[in-house]
Design a protein around this ligand. Structure first.
Ligand SMILES: *Cc1c(COP(=O)(O)O)cnc(C)c1O
Length: 428
């Protein structure tokens, strides 16, 4: 993406904020007055609307008790379906293909338990060696449940440079002994965005089902899961979707799979109108709702209602445009102001291959992050050498990005980082 007339000045940053059509959303969030939050890719900030819908839900509990399931502002019995409808535009799906339920890891277990159907010599699962560990643990344990050796049956496609995974290498791993492929949409360290459409088409050509972990793309990037014919996807809502720590996740199942019995069945997956008949014969919903398990975690869903109102108003296409633009601005500044300081930008540079954060590599990354914190800037560190910095479209300003780069420059030139040890904290 070109940034026309890029200048490294403070005035130019102010001008970009003035011209930003999404700038009005910043005041919807509790941004910190004295510090700069660059970690929205790990935990999004609280918005006033998310706070409001959480408080409204507490009020419904206070007022209605058990009747809150069907009464009040946001009746609990229908919440997961209603929010699935509200989320569908974020992932490019039909409204009944999305349900808000469970967590990333639990939904992955559910979807693999449902769609991993080893048959004959088709028994392997393909993932990649840079994926988030929980995905690997879940896939390995699913293989063990089926009585397979999780070392030989789980293929982890190698990265050529430790940062990126080449689509060609993934496609080469789609051999006729593979039953299922599970990949991230965006890699959590380098921020590489995979070509979901191409990978899905190639998997299907070879009779392989494909699912995506969309934790690092939902809320930052538009998707077309239905059009691309993706079989399933799952994600959390506490990163770019700003729904709060431990908030309930989401899953997508392609309509063509409706009617497939859930691998992990539970009563909230029932057809809704007969759930309370309480029969012992399980009749699953004919929608993504079938893959719910038990009672929804209502208080951890409630903030999502308000948060998704903001997404509906801002529009995911505009969010992506700003995200690409502000990240490009950030990279331009880094290259200019931090030249010769041994920083390497580890994310891909092409718009169609990058996600929502900048991956900044440096051998002193851990202590640079501690220095940033001392300077009231909140980054996140991924061992051994990655500083992830996410300018978030809905609440980060260009001025803040400018200040982050100026602070990094000061930390490096004045060697402020040297007073810290180069080790990670408990949570990094
Ligand atoms: C954040 C993240 C998770 C987290 O899983 P939880 O079940 O929500 O703890 C999983 N996968 C990826 C790629 C993530 O980025």
């Amino acid at each position: 993406m070109n940034i026309d007339h890029f200048q490294p000045t403070f005035e130019y940053a102010k001008q970009l904020d003035k011209d930003d059509p999404l700038a009005c959303f910043r005041e919807e969030f509790y941004v910190y007055p004295h510090s700069i939050y660059m970690d929205g890719n790990s935990l999004g900030l609280l918005s006033k609307r998310a706070e409001r819908t959480l408080l409204e839900t507490l009020e419904d509990w206070k007022r209605y008790g058990i009747d809150g399931w069907t009464k009040g502002k946001h009746p609990w019995f229908f919440m997961s379906e209603k929010l699935g409808e509200m989320m569908a535009p974020l992932v490019g799906a039909f409204v009944d293909e999305v349900i808000v339920s469970g967590s990333t890891t639990v939904n992955l277990h559910q979807l693999v338990a449902t769609f991993y159907r080893p048959k004959g010599k088709r028994t392997k699962i393909v993932a990649d060696e840079l994926t988030f560990p929980t995905d690997i643990y879940a896939l390995q344990s699913q293989l063990r449940i089926h009585g397979f050796n999780h070392y030989t049956q789980l293929i982890r496609v190698k990265s050529r440079d430790g940062r990126l995974i080449e689509e060609d290498d993934l496609i080469a791993a789609m051999t006729d002994d593979v039953a299922l492929i599970v990949l991230p949409t965006v890699l959590y360290r380098s921020g590489q965005l995979l070509d979901i459409k191409r990978l899905t088409a190639e998997a299907h050509k070879r009779g392989i089902l494909i699912g995506f972990d969309a934790c690092h793309s939902v809320g930052a990037i538009p998707h077309s899961f239905s059009d691309w014919d993706v079989d399933f996807a799952y994600w959390c809502n506490y990163k770019y979707v700003n729904s709060g720590p431990g908030s309930v996740g989401g899953l997508y199942v392609n309509r063509k799979h409706f009617g497939t019995n859930p691998g992990l069945a539970g009563w909230f997956g029932s057809k809704k109108d007969i759930q309370f008949d309480l029969e012992h014969t399980f009749i699953p919903a004919e929608s993504a709702g079938a893959y719910q398990i038990g009672t929804p975690h209502v208080l951890s869903i409630a903030p999502l209602i308000g948060s998704l109102e903001i997404f509906a108003e801002a529009g995911i296409e505009r969010i992506r445009q700003k995200s690409l633009h502000i990240n490009q601005y950030f990279m331009n500044l880094i290259e200019l102001e931090l030249a010769d300081m041994e920083f390497v930008i580890g994310n891909p540079r092409e718009d169609e291959r990058r996600g929502g954060h900048v991956c900044l590599e440096h051998r002193e990354a851990a202590r640079i992050c501690k220095s940033l914190k001392e300077n009231e800037i909140i980054p996140d560190f991924r061992a051994p050498n990655i500083i992830r910095l996410a300018p978030v479209a809905l609440y980060t300003s260009y001025e803040e990005v400018w200040r982050v780069v100026q602070t990094l420059k000061k930390i490096m030139t004045e060697k402020e980082y040297e007073k810290f040890s180069n080790e990670r904290e408990v949570i990094a």
